[in-house]
Design a protein around this ligand. Structure first.
Ligand code: NAI
Length: 308
């Protein structure tokens, strides 16, 4: 049973997620926590006022007190700074690594049995910090990134082929940044290779567009990043846990030898159920993908530079 979900960070992504959860699933409690005074409280009261529309009996509370996350089954972390136009990833890492250490400490103290879903960017590195700082078993710390990238790929495929997204089998894995692996090789349209529908040039465009989508959105929004698709991607992950679905979803997981990588977090297809990550699936990679997934090793050197 998932009785309680806590969301740390009541900004754009956290507040949208709180609303999806309140309006679509039933819990004993949703707790929203944010260091910004009054923010989580305001968000929770606003969401609570939709109760009659959904006939919801879920209690939702908002506070700046971390004690509120006590006894959570799931804690989602959207706390930190979002990438703004012109901000370097290293700057973002410095700020959010500090937040991650702080929030990990609170989770360890107040919600030691929770499954932690990390959303804060840079996703792969921040997920690793949570895995290390909480010391939780690796099935209980996962990052949401590749499932959002996969949703973006499906939308872009829809635009290119004008075929219902339900006809596609397609997913993205690897790092949650421009080096993500958009495996066009594995895309199927009702069982057929996508190359039957699109030429090489069109497929390459789809790959590039998917990898650059997050940045494209930031370039328009300027001082904030995407929130609708991210919050719904987290919702889908929680739903798979809530319903014990054994669904295969690409999530950022701590690898211990899988894909030739050890002691780092990267997006890979996993079976998701009530335990969090039930199983990491090792799919066959092309030579190009094998090289690309190894970029994660370089990415993780940044943590060493910060003494983490
Ligand atoms: P936002 O700026 O709207 O919200 C962040 C919230 O975190 C703020 O309300 C802030 O007060 C709060 N916060 C900061 N430090 C905190 C702490 N120590 N404890 C509790 N709360 C704290 O940002 P937004 O747009 O909601 O994004 C949140 C994070 O998620 C960012 O790092 C962003 O880059 C990331 N993100 C990740 C995605 C993914 O696919 N993994 C997709 C979209 C966003």
């Amino acid at each position: 049973m998932v009785n309680k979900v806590s969301i740390v960070g009541a900004g754009a992504v956290g507040s949208a997620l709180a609303f999806h959860l309140f309006s679509r699933l039933s819990f004993k409690e949703i707790a929203v926590v944010d260091v910004a005074e009054g923010l989580a409280k305001g968000v929770s009261l606003d969401i609570e006022d939709t109760r009659s529309f959904f006939d919801s009996s879920t209690q939702i509370i908002g506070t700046d007190d971390f004690c509120a996350i006590s006894n959570s089954d799931i804690v989602v972390v959207t706390a930190g700074v979002a990438r703004k136009d012109g901000m370097s990833r290293q700057d973002l890492l410095k700020i959010n690594a500090k937040v991650a250490k702080d929030v990990s400490m609170h989770i360890k103290e107040h919600a030691p049995s929770a499954i932690v879903i990390v959303v804060t960017n840079p996703l792969d590195l921040i997920t690793y910090i949570f895995a290390k700082e909480t010391g939780f078993e690796r099935n209980r710390v996962l990052g949401m990134g590749s499932s959002l990238d996969s949703a973006r790929l499906l939308n872009i495929l829809y635009e290119a082929c004008k075929v219902s997204t339900s006809c596609f089998e397609a997913f993205v894995f690897g790092l949650h940044n421009n080096d993500m692996i958009v495996s066009t090789d594995k895309i199927r349209v009702k069982g057929e290779a996508v190359s039957k529908f699109l030429n090489k040039e069109a497929i390459k465009k789809i790959q590039d567009k998917t990898a650059l989508r997050g940045g494209e959105i930031v370039s328009f929004l300027k001082n904030r990043s995407a929130s609708f698709a991210p919050s719904f991607s987290i919702f889908r992950l929680i739903e798979a846990i809530y319903e014990d679905k054994n669904e295969i979803i690409p999530v950022c997981a701590l690898l211990q030898g899988e894909y030739g990588l050890r002691n780092l977090c990267v997006g890979v297809p996993c079976v998701i159920n009530r335990k969090g990550i039930e199983k990491i699936i090792e799919i066959e990679l092309t030579e190009e993908e094998k090289q690309k997934i190894l970029i994660a090793k370089k990415e993780f050197l940044q943590l060493k530079d910060l003494g983490l």
